[in-house]
Write a protein that binds this ligand. Structure first.
Ligand code: 13P
Ligand code: SF4
Length: 336
């Protein structure tokens, strides 16, 4: 199923994440021989019950290596699809298939084919936030934690088409200094809403704080600008994937950290470094698709075996090489 966003996004509700729920989830997971994976933006109760919580690269790697016969992917649809591409013989369930992604929706396979036709011979690098059909048209996938390494792995003289996130693309272009990298003008509605003026005001009010900024943010450029202008010391500005934020939380000496990404991230950061005061740059930056994986949805998934994720064999075979290259390149990504 392509991740075209559903009209009705009312989450499954009516179940409290209490002790009885936790016992039932664990019992059903054992019964199904299922591993529970949760992205860092999931609701805290879902992160806490999962076997592994992490960024999209780390979760892809875990899905590929797992012995479990069923993967329950608590995240958004493209992540579960990626797990299915890597593990076609396993049953992959997402607790609510309506959990899409506005960024993945910003380019489809026909648009990518047309773009490729304008740049024959270019290497296509797609962020993992894309549908299986787009991945099937891609040479190498990447995530925020290895995007720079992936582009560096491509010979300097080859043109690169980078999609779909314009802010991550700008970050990669800056880091690699490549002029022959073309960037698709897509964006994530949640991260684009974390803007530069907001970040600048928060940084000015907290001059000693570290800034942890996800490269999908509209403010990533401003964060680097603030550092360049000396408003915030360069060492305090850190452009990081969600998994790398957790690693950095354990290493920083800062007592306050301003976090520019989806607010679900704060839960793992506070668990990793309880002594640090983590503050969201934008408290309204919540991804409604991620939050559709509710306690009720997870229970339904385990009881009814829903929603099963299918990727047709031809598309999966074409996409697999690009996804495999993604998990082979760069740092391992972060998961607990
Ligand atoms: P990460 O790759 O950093 O986990 O981010 C995924 C995502 O959807 C960000 O919005
Ligand atoms: Fe997609 Fe944005 Fe939600 Fe991440 S936060 S899953 S990019 S809509």
């Amino acid at each position: 199923m392509a991740a075209t966003l559903a009209d009705d996004l009312t989450p499954f509700s009516g179940v409290q994440p209490d002790g009885a729920w936790r016992d039932e989830v664990r019992r059903l997971a054992r019964e199904r021989d299922a591993v529970l994976l949760a992205h860092n933006y999931q609701l805290p109760a879902i992160q806490d019950i999962a076997d592994h919580t992490g960024d999209s690269l780390a979760l892809s790697r875990i899905a590929a290596a797992s012995d479990a016969s069923t993967i329950i992917f608590c995240g958004v649809h493209f992540m579960a699809e990626t797990a299915k591409i890597l593990a076609p013989d396993k049953t992959v369930l997402i607790p609510d298939a309506r959990a899409g992604c506005s960024l993945a929706d910003s380019i489809d396979a026909a648009q990518l084919r047309a773009w490729k036709a304008e740049h024959p011979g270019a290497v296509v690098v797609s962020y993992v936030n894309t549908t299986a059909e787009v991945k099937a048209e891609t040479d190498i996938c990447c995530t925020s934690s290895n995007a720079v390494d992936v582009v560096r792995s491509i010979p300097e003289d080859r043109e690169v088409l980078f999609l779909p996130d314009q802010f991550l693309g700008a970050h990669v272009k800056r880091e690699t200094g490549r002029d022959n990298l073309h960037v698709w003008a897509g964006e994530c509605h949640v991260h684009a809403g974390i803007n530069g003026p907001e970040l600048a005001a928060r940084a000015a009010a907290n001059p000693d704080a570290d800034l942890f900024v996800h490269p999908e943010c509209g403010c990533a450029t401003s964060a680097l600008y603030l550092a360049g202008e000396g408003v915030v010391p360069e060492t305090q500005v850190k452009i990081l994937s969600t998994g790398d934020m957790v690693t950095e939380a354990r290493n920083t000496r800062a007592t306050t950290v301003l976090v520019a990404t989806e607010i679900g991230m704060l839960h793992q950061l506070r668990l990793a470094a309880p002594e640090i005061d983590f503050r969201a740059v934008n408290e309204r930056a919540s991804c409604r698709y991620m939050k559709m994986i509710t306690p009720a949805a997870l229970l339904r998934s385990l009881r009814e075996g829903r929603d099963e994720v299918h990727v047709d064999a031809t598309t999966a075979a074409r996409a697999r090489g690009a996804v495999q290259r993604m998990i082979e390149i760069g740092k391992p990504g972060g998961a607990e």
